[in-house]
Design a protein around this ligand. Sequence first.
Ligand code: CUA
Length: 328
Amino acid sequence: MITDLPLFPPQASTAASQVDALYFFLLAISAFFSLLIAGLLFTFAIRYRRRAGAQAPPAPPHALALEVAWSLIPLGIVMVVFAWGTSVYFHLSRPPDDTLDILVVGKRWMWKLQHLNGRREIDELHVPVGRAVKLTMTSEDVIHSFYVPAFRIKADVVPGRYSTTWFSATRPGRYHLFCAEYCGTKHSAMGGWVTVMEPAQFEEWLTGTTAGEATPVSAGQKLFTSLGCVTCHREDSKGRGPLLEGLYGRTVELRNGDRVTADEAYLRESIVNPGAKIPAGYQPLMPTFRGLVTEEGILDLIEYIKSLSPERPAPSARERAPERGARP
Ligand code: CUA
């Protein structure tokens, strides 16, 4: 296989062979037409070179069949590229339902990662083989880009918003993690390793040494109290703020008549810029928490708010178990 050449990173995710197949198809098409055009150029240059006494023939009339052919054939080829590229793009951009969720914060010049049971990592990510892993990512400063060549994933990590990407690793091993967006002096050093483990080994790793580390949900709950969110978002607050129970994933009606889905991006915006989308029936009373809470704190708050919607799909039941004290 061509991908065994040291020129290519190993194929270690479900997306890798799909991305490579498309890539080689594009490469083959480009090579074919480059050679065809260069070859004809040389052939015609030699065959029709200026000779003594030769007369240039008159220009031929329209060759309709030829013109239609050289329009339709390229159209067909780019349509194949379009359809193929779109299907690979959809696969890469839509995580399956049952994912292992991991929070990622990029910061000059390190990757901070956290598992939902509270286990934190820096410039290292441990994941089980054969499980879809979804990354919810943001940046504390400038644009970074989360890049794991062996998984064929690369996604910008942008301050002020969440981006997500996902992968399902197919081979245990250690794979390079890079930052693929120039972000300052130590951009080239901003990277690390993704370690893919057997599921049982991963489970052991995950639960082995989390003693003393707060889960995002419990850290979020603490922030919720210490930042005073709880004074307005509760039953007896006389309707100052909406209740957050069951909010995540629901459709929210706004004062201006619009509707939004209460996803991570909406929750984040409502924390840092509360005036942007006021739910119907409420006043714009909430102060901004921009600058008062770190990006990791906001992710914690969101995980806490998500935990108030127990009917949401429970893909991560396994790694959430320890939060309820089920850990031995
Ligand atoms: Cu972060 Cu380049």
